[in-house]
Design a binder for this molecule. Structure first.
Ligand code: HSE
Length: 430
């Protein structure tokens, strides 16, 4: 028997428990393993979770799970970076193998946790930490192990993707789409982590560690969320043949690595542009396999439980055979140097609100020219509102630093209102 201890019986804990109990016999048939939940800790033992629970295995004390001799694998599902860190470290010191869905913890304390795992000769499974039900961790660690990954795009946050999809399909603004996401339970009451790109950056940092063997710090991932995207940007994106997505992006080029999360325009012909609503997707290019695409639900008790169970089964079979995973997870130094934001070169979308009068466009294009930015398309379309009209430009490839410098000069012109918007355009298949 392989004993499982669960810390945290919320949506994901309950989903995991259901799969492990309802599919106990099926898992046994498929793997020959008798996997049983032997202890569960949660602060709330009274709430009805719609499942039959054996009261004898419940406790409010997580350390009862960690210290239980019957528990081989501790599943941490409380989230956060403080108490969860203590529980996971303690479990590892008790020589337990650990499964977690905690992306924030792995993003912020990955070096400490993976280092401790290696020193103690244990293992950690974290399939559920990125993209809920999509087995992307296994793809990077196993399926694509014979490749160097040079390019990765992710739609890693379902809440932001839902909001952008709603804005595109119904023409509503960010605030209205967010309210609907909250009503449906996709977005938290405080949506900051999701809509400001932080959740996606946590997930990207985990993917980058595996795909590029690079333990990248959160502060090295430039992160911008979707809260400033306006319906008009979505309108123009469509006019130019793009969709706006919150794209997590990592790329290696000549020994330099860059990773960012930001609203990005992506061509309608790119498969990632079709990933809509709360769904997640990851597009990975390996030097041998070429482009690959993974798609599925990024959250929810059952999809995330599905990933947790896959980690448990994988570990259980190795515990049974006394066989540890020889694949290393990189900690410490990155083999690449980090590319600075200023060195990113891409086409850009720029929108400014300008007074509709002669000479305005030539001043704007003059500033762009002074910063080596060449314009490919200019459109002035839409209603004049209090004398101002949106002017939109698509540039040829330009350095981000030049775009930002030009933008701040343009924003100071007397006939420009408010802060202009710029977005990188991700052209296509690499
Ligand atoms: N809040 C996340 C999302 C799901 O909206 O995708 C959990 O990682």
């Amino acid at each position: 028997m392989i004993g499982i201890g669960i810390i945290g019986l919320g949506t994901v804990g309950t989903g995991t428990y259901k799969i492990l109990t309802e599919y106990h016999d099926l898992l046994k048939e498929r793997t020959g393993l008798d996997i049983r939940v032997v202890k569960i800790a949660d602060i709330d033992l009274e709430r009805d979770r719609g499942i039959a629970l054996d009261k004898n295995i419940l406790t409010r004390d997580a350390y009862e799970v960690i210290k239980d001799k019957q528990v081989d694998i501790v599943v941490e599902l409380i989230g956060g970076t403080t108490v969860a860190y203590e529980y996971i470290s303690s479990a590892i010191r008790h020589k337990k193998w650990v499964v977690t869905a905690n992306k924030a913890l792995l993003a912020e304390k990955g070096d400490e946790i993976f280092g401790l795992i290696e020193r103690e000769g244990c293992e950690i499974g974290f399939e559920a930490s990125v993209c809920g039900g999509i087995p992307i961790i296994r793809v990077l660690r196993d399926g694509l192990v014979g490749n160097r990954i040079n390019y990765l795009l992710g739609i890693l946050n379902g809440t932001s993707n839902y909001i952008l999809t709603k804005m595109a399909e119904e023409g509503v603004n960010f605030t209205a789409a967010l309210k609907e996401a909250q009503r449906l339970g996709y977005a938290e009451q405080d949506p900051t982590l999701d809509v400001e790109g932080i959740d996606a950056a946590h997930k990207l940092s985990i993917l980058v560690r595996l795909a590029f063997n690079c333990p990248m710090k959160m502060e090295d991932i430039t992160t911008r969320g979707i809260s400033k995207v306006e319906p008009i940007d979505i309108f123009f994106a469509r006019e130019f043949g793009y969709k706006i997505k919150l794209i997590a992006f990592a790329k290696e080029e000549k020994g330099h690595l860059i990773a960012r999360v930001e609203p990005t325009m992506i061509s309608l012909s790119h498969p990632m542009s079709n990933i809509s609503g709360v769904y997640n997707g990851v597009y990975v290019v390996g030097d041998h396999v070429g482009p690959t695409l993974f798609y599925g639900k990024g959250a929810g008790g059952a999809p995330t439980g599905s990933s947790i169970v896959s980690d448990i089964v994988d570990m259980a079979s190795r515990i049974n055979n006394r066989n540890t995973n020889t694949k290393k997870i990189s900690t410490g130094k990155c083999e690449y140097s980090l590319m600075e934001d200023k060195d990113i070169i891409a086409p850009y979308y720029i929108r400014v609100n300008a007074h509709d009068r002669p000479g305005v466009l030539s001043r704007i294009s003059g500033i762009l020219g002074e910063h080596n930015i060449s314009i490919s398309t200019v459109v002035q379309k839409g209603r004049v509102s209090r004398g101002y009209v949106p002017v939109v430009m698509i540039t040829h490839e330009a350095r981000e630093k030049d775009i930002k410098d030009a933008k701040s000069k343009i924003d100071r012109l007397p006939f420009i209102k408010g802060e202009s918007m710029h977005m990188r355009i991700e052209e296509g298949l690499v």
